[in-house]
Design a binder for this molecule. Structure first.
Ligand code: NAD
Length: 356
């Protein structure tokens, strides 16, 4: 089992170090190889996604990714910005399905900005299509132009587009996931205004015919955004396009109180996957040992389950995380007023100790 580990920028190296420590503590040997990505790769190799990194990722069973980006790269032309590395990896590995669970651990109910009775026990899964929609539409305008290139231009545009097979395969991922959970899928669209999303709705409905045991409901994205804060527990699996999924998954993340807790998986049709925390590189706390490593550790657990066929090891890690939370350990982002927060390394060590 070969794992490509790409720490990246900001807190990336710190949180990845803890996830790798947890992986190495399992009684299994994985081949773990590191490579540069993002701003760190741009500094060393002149490109955020060097060919050697891409080659390593393509040849691995799974990629464990930290985070990329720093505001100091905002002036670079778009193709050289750190965030382009993620888009490049998604495209090159064909990672079309982004799975983002939003789980509220009972111990963290007070971290949510919503009332405990609205969110306690929350366990939803957002399935976001990742390689189509307006983010990959044609024509792509002047994406590669540096900032300021639009000065004086009369307009700019992006094209929203979905092909039937792209919708079919993401719908199947959602229905399969719902079968393993409580059996309900909410497909989120904007069919009342956009042709692309009337098409989406029709194709999802067609695919649903093959999953009579799963309940399907359709919801407009504006209503879904509202329902997510009104009664989030009414959802089980949400499936949606790239842009709506981008926005709704961040909204769902915040319901749980801390983005530092949430893992994600991006899978292709061969179950090869890229696993990363849902948050960014947090430059404001980078290098201070303050970052919460749990989202990355839980991403490693998702990797074991979805790409490496090691569900038992994944269960062990998830149980260990629950144990450390139950024991009261908190990093600064999830600590309740006045209590002592532990650092990144201390949290990682506690998870290792709790592996059992
Ligand atoms: P961010 O997620 O990095 O940070 C938002 C806030 O959450 C910050 O206050 C940060 O300190 C906090 N935070 C994030 N992760 C945390 C953790 N593990 N523990 C504790 N606190 C944590 O988002 P941002 O500030 O908007 O973006 C910073 C950089 O990250 C930008 O360059 C952006 O482009 C990039 N980014 C990268 C990814 C990715 O690599 N997948 C995703 C989103 C943003």
């Amino acid at each position: 089992m070969k794992i490509a580990v790409l720490p990246g920028d900001g807190i990336g190296p710190e949180i990845i170090a803890e996830a790798v420590r947890v992986l190495r503590a399992l009684d299994e040997r994985f081949e773990i190889e590191f490579a540069d990505v993002g701003g760190a790769a741009y500094e060393r190799h002149g490109h955020p996604l060097p060919e050697a990194t891409l080659k390593l990722a393509r040849g691995a069973d799974a990629v464990l990714f930290g985070a990329v980006g720093d505001f100091k790269y905002d002036g670079l032309e778009r193709a050289l910005r750190p965030e382009q590395a993620i888009l490049g990896l998604r495209k090159s590995l064909g990672l079309f399905a982004n799975l983002r669970p939003a789980i509220l651990y009972p111990e963290l109910a007070s971290a949510s900005t919503l009332k405990p009775e609205v969110v306690s026990g929350l366990d939803i899964l957002i399935v976001r299509e990742l390689t189509g929609d307006i983010y990959f539409g044609t024509p792509r305008g002047r994406r590669s132009a540096p900032d300021g290139a639009f000065a004086g231009q009369p307009e700019a545009f992006d094209t929203m587009r979905y092909a039937r097979p792209e919708i079919e395969r993401i719908a199947r991922v959602a229905f399969e996931a719902a079968r393993r959970r409580s059996g309900k899928v909410t497909s989120v669209d904007k069919a009342n205004v956009l042709e692309t999303f009337q098409f989406w709705k029709d194709v999802v409905t067609e695919v649903h015919a093959g999953y009579p045991d799963v309940q399907l409901e359709h919801m407009y994205v504006d209503n879904a955004a509202m329902q997510l804060v009104r009664s989030p527990k009414s959802f089980d699996v949400i499936v949606t396009g790239n842009m709506f999924g981008d926005i709704l998954s961040d909204e769902a993340a915040m319901l749980t109180g801390s983005i530092g807790m949430l893992p994600s998986a991006s899978l292709n049709e061969r179950s090869q996957g890229l696993y990363e925390p849902s948050h960014g590189s947090a430059p404001d706390i980078a290098g201070k040992g303050l970052a919460n490593p749990l989202a990355t550790i839980l991403s490693a657990a998702m990797m074991l389950r979805h790409s490496l066929d090691r569900a038992q090891q994944a269960d062990r890690i998830e149980a260990a995380v629950k144990k450390v939370l139950a024991a009261g350990l908190r990093t600064a982002d999830i600590v309740a007023g006045g209590a002592r927060a532990v650092g990144t390394g201390e949290m990682g060590a506690a998870v290792v100790a709790a592996l059992g």
